[in-house]
Design a protein around this ligand. Structure first.
Ligand code: JSK
Length: 447
């Protein structure tokens, strides 16, 4: 056994997102989002689940904050639902939407928990999707207008901002692979959307600076790691293409002002021609204060000609897997953080999502989710290795505080350290909740 100790100024937190927990989908003036539309289109979500009720956190946020307060966490990462603020994406502001987030943020501050706000966690107003969504550059301007309203409304209350959550999911998972809303399957469209998202991010950072309000801003790309099966260059290159799709494709433009050539060339081979307008790359390349990093899984892979988009195949190694089927690969967490440090230097990093899916149910009021505790121990050990290796980690925010709507998997896949009974909405602290509470209190754990 070993003691894994974290820096004395380490911040600990939990994360959620609006569509996944709030419910109240038709309440207080909220407009329709693309996830309302997508989830109610038969075949898109397991069991036809949707976010109409979810965890009902819209009405139960005070109970949820009490759970966080007992955890002793420093920061709570939540997202604002754009359709609650601008029901039609632009135009008239819905005051009741602003009022809800004031209630939430005020309760957090009263509970000595720092609010970290994600401005966009996938719930695009349907009215904007009807006009082309992220493929329409007018959506960029609509987002900056929405962000400016939020910056000014919550100035002094919220000091940590994330523009976009997982732009790879917003663009490629949702418009090329097609398993998330709006469900397109077109690589050119997805790549162009990824560019518009990066321009959106940059212009939002620029607007944040122009408002002159205090605070720090970043974004939260999702990452993965593929370890080459051999030292053959073709295996190394194949793994770097998948990592590049998640990491360099989004971080190079932000930190270096250009797309990675190796990915541009690969996409060009696949017929992608990005429409980059004059000044776009300068707009994207705005300095940010911190980087959010989301990591769940990775695996070993090798080159395979004409396989998928990037010519690689997974090498099955009898991985331990979580209940959603993702390999447990903590080495990848360490490796991708080292890659980011090597590529982008000492940018302060918050782990804005890391967690696991285990579908354990309560028995006599207890949820014995030892798998989740083991996952946390392995990944926090990997994180401590990265910190010891000089990665500038400022905090760890686990996904998720509570079981919630896991997108296309609906309510079948549980990521929470708190169990939610979706029939009664009763919350039950899992064994991992108590483990995390002790780890936060100690700022160390014994693995
Ligand atoms: N790469 N090739 N894939 C080819 C085949 O993909 C099929 C499916 O792919 C994916 C990839 C990634 C995800 C995913 C989910 N979360 C968890 C959420 N994060 C934000 C927060 O809301 C959490 O709920 N993070 N990532 C899902 C599906």
């Amino acid at each position: 056994m070993a003691i894994i100790q974290f820096p004395k100024d380490m911040k600990w937190g939990t994360a959620t997102a609006s569509y996944q927990i709030e419910g109240a989908a038709n309440e207080d003036g909220r407009g329709v989002s693309i996830w309302d539309t997508f989830s109610k289109t038969p075949g898109n979500v397991v069991n036809g689940d949707n976010g109409d009720i979810a965890c009902d956190s819209y009405h139960r946020f005070e109970e949820d904050i009490e759970l966080m307060k007992e955890l002793g966490i420093d920061v709570y990462r939540f997202s604002i639902a754009w359709p609650r603020i601008f029901p039609n994406g632009t135009g008239e502001i819905n005051q009741k939407g602003l009022d809800y987030y004031h209630r939430l943020v005020d309760k957090l501050i009263e509970s000595d928990i720092e609010p970290m706000c994600t401005l966009y966690h996938w719930d695009l107003p349907q009215a904007l999707q009807d006009k082309g969504g992220w493929n329409n550059r007018e959506t960029i301007d609509a987002f900056v207008q929405y962000a400016e309203v939020i910056f000014k409304e919550f100035s002094g209350k919220i000091n940590k901002w994330l523009t976009l959550n997982e732009p790879w999911c917003i663009s490629f998972l949702s418009n090329y692979i097609g398993v998330h809303a709006p469900g397109n399957k077109n690589l050119q469209l997805a790549a162009q959307i990824s560019h518009h998202l990066l321009v959106t991010h940059g212009l939002t950072v620029k607007k944040f600076r122009e408002t002159g309000i205090d605070g720090q801003i970043g974004f939260a790309p999702n990452t993965t790691w593929l370890e080459p099966y051999s030292n053959r260059q073709e295996d190394i290159d194949a793994c770097n293409r998948e990592i590049g799709w998640y990491v360099e494709w989004f971080m190079d433009p932000v930190f270096k002002g250009s797309y990675p050539d190796f990915m541009l060339e690969w996409f060009k081979k696949k017929g992608v021609e990005l429409d980059i307008q004059d000044g776009d790359m300068e707009k994207i390349n705005q300095p940010i204060d911190f980087l959010g990093i989301n990591y769940y899984t990775g695996h070993i892979a090798r080159h395979k000609e004409n396989e998928g988009l990037l010519d690689w195949e997974m090498v099955e190694m009898n991985y331990d897997r979580t209940d959603i089927g993702w390999p447990i690969f903590p080495e990848g967490f360490y490796k991708v953080l080292m890659r980011i440090k090597e590529s982008y230097g000492d940018i302060p990093i918050y782990i804005t999502e890391n967690g696991s899916c285990y579908n354990d149910e309560p028995e006599n009021g207890q949820v014995k989710d030892s798998g989740r505790i083991n996952y946390l121990q392995q990944h926090l050990t990997a994180l401590s290795r990265a910190i010891a290796s000089g990665v500038n980690i400022k905090g760890y925010i686990t996904w998720s505080l509570m079981d919630n709507f896991e997108w296309a998997e609906g309510y079948t896949m549980r990521f929470g350290i708190v169990h939610v009974n979706y029939r009664t909405l009763e919350r039950t602290k899992k064994d991992s909740y108590y483990w995390y509470k002790q780890t936060v209190a100690n700022n160390w754990f014994e693995n």
